[in-house]
Design a protein around this ligand. Structure first.
Ligand code: PMP
Length: 457
């Protein structure tokens, strides 16, 4: 019985029997037994505030009763058929999900993960356009299959083997760390403190990063492209936000070269951005293909691709089949998740609590030299750590880890990311409260003070 396995035995099994690439993130790992809303409980009953939501996956709260009930009910009624037969759940879900999509994004494909969704989207783009090349942004994460790990551009996630062909990474328009800064141009309550010559309403950095994309496009085969794939805010990349207007111009350029635009909403979708349900809406763009996973199922493994009827025709001449994609339990869960987001007002909560979180963390940025940047929107937040604000060099890994571990020991779990793993990521279940923000900020502040004391020794 799992419950009775002692902590030490679990560590042994992990070491001997489980994939060695599945690292344990804390020096002193935590053994979790239960979750409720924004809280996790370890085997000794210790409570943690979960600011990372199982890597941005638990959208409406751990073990939300409505989602649990929907899953259990469906499990007892009809667990699996594969979609070669009709059953109501996928049809009900298709209608509910596509009603939340703007424009002509009306055809869905259901998968089991974000990787599968992006694989499918890329294949679809290539078939539809007849072109092969795919462009993504440095710092982007889109999955770990051969094709998606080629468009993923975070070194520590890339296997040292040949991956998919005809993919290019262009410069990430990161106005804090990139070579061109912009201090007025993020769609966030918090701007960079980095000095630049931009003024409100004008972002020189955006134009320079767009020039980089133009150059990348001109290196593509036949100067044609199949697709441009980007997250509306980078997740693994460390909540990197692009200058306002960047995605809009990028989409135009890509379409001029015959390509389609894929919005990877695996982390940003389902109300997390607060002001809008989908991240791409915050950029005022209309993608041709949208991919989703993680928060779509609040922890249940599922993913989706949504596209236009025209693009979906690319798949009309052969059978595209996925045994578990769109299974009845996933559809029942997905449907309950959508209901809960609306009934519990979670999009609004993301906006209100996310803004409070950003403003509070910005105060710590102003007070501590090693907090270089605070950014994000809604509950998609990054706190980038540096040696000092002048050079913006990443805080060394050992120092990052001590702060991270210290926060864990005080009861708050942050995520980590960024090209150099230099950014703490805050992407909690969307039911987080005002009091949780106060607690998280206090814990982080104490960890920073302890860091300063260690450094002074
Ligand atoms: N896209 C993004 C933006 C992601 O963050 C991830 C997972 N970190 C994926 C795709 C891949 O999703 P999965 O792990 O479900 O395959």
């Amino acid at each position: 019985n799992y419950e009775s396995l002692p902590f030490e035995r679990i560590l042994e099994i992990r070491k001997e029997k489980i994939s060695p690439s599945l690292y344990t993130i804390y020096n002193k790992p935590i053994l979790l037994h239960q979750g409720f809303k924004q809280w996790l409980f370890d085997y000794e009953g210790r409570r943690y505030l979960d600011l990372f939501a199982g890597i941005v996956t638990v959208s409406v709260g751990h073990c939300h009763p409505k989602v649990t009930e929907a899953a259990c009910k469906q499990f007892g009624r009809l667990c699996h058929t594969s979609n070669i037969f009709l059953n109501p759940t996928i049809h009900q879900y298709a209608e509910k999900l596509t009603n939340l999509m703007p424009g002509n994004l009306k055809v869905i494909y259901l998968t089991n993960s974000g990787t599968e969704a992006n694989d499918l989207a890329i294949q679809m783009a290539r078939l539809h356009t007849g072109n092969c090349d795919i462009i993504s942004l440095r710092g982007g994460y889109h999955g770990n299959s051969p094709t998606t790990s080629a468009v993923t551009s975070v070194g520590y996630y890339k296997p040292g083997v040949a991956t998919g062909f005809n993919t290019y990474n262009t410069m990430c328009p990161d106005v804090f760390r990139g070579i061109w800064g912009g201090s007025h141009c993020r769609d966030s309550p918090v701007q960079t403190t980095r000095k630049c010559s931009c003024s409100p309403g004008c972002c020189e950095a955006k134009g320079k990063y767009i020039d980089q994309l133009k150059e990348t496009l001109s290196t593509c085969a036949g100067r044609k492209v199949a697709a441009f794939i980007a997250e509306p805010v980078q997740g693994v990349g460390g909540a990197v936000q692009y200058p306002k207007g960047f995605l809009k111009e990028a989409y135009e350029l890509v379409r001029e070269k015959g390509g389609v635009c894929i919005a990877d909403e695996v982390q940003t979708g389902f109300g997390r951005m607060g002001s809008h349900f989908w991240g791409f809406q915050t950029h005022d763009v209309m993608p041709d293909i949208v991919t989703m996973a993680k928060g779509i199922g609040n922890g249940f493994p599922m993913g989706a691709v949504v596209t236009t009827p025209e693009i979906s025709k690319a798949f009309a001449n052969f059978v595209h089949f996925n045994t578990f994609g769109g299974n009845p339990i996933a559809c029942a869960v997905g449907s309950a998740v959508l209901d809960v987001i609306e009934e519990d007002g979670l999009q609004k909560n993301s906006e209100v609590i996310g803004t409070q979180m950003l403003l509070e963390f910005a105060k710590l940025r102003d007070a501590f030299e090693i907090v270089g940047d605070v950014r994000g929107k809604g509950l998609m937040i990054g706190v980038e750590m540096v040696k000092d604000k002048e050079t913006r060099q990443p805080l060394p890994a050992n120092e990052m880890n001590l702060i991270w571990e210290d926060c864990k020991d005080m009861g708050v779990l942050f995520g980590k990311g960024g090209l150099y793993n230099q950014t703490f990521r805050i992407k909690p279940p969307m039911c987080i409260t005002k009091d949780d923000v106060t607690f998280a900020v206090e814990v982080f502040k104490r960890a920073l003070i302890r860091h300063m004391e260690r450094s002074a020794r």
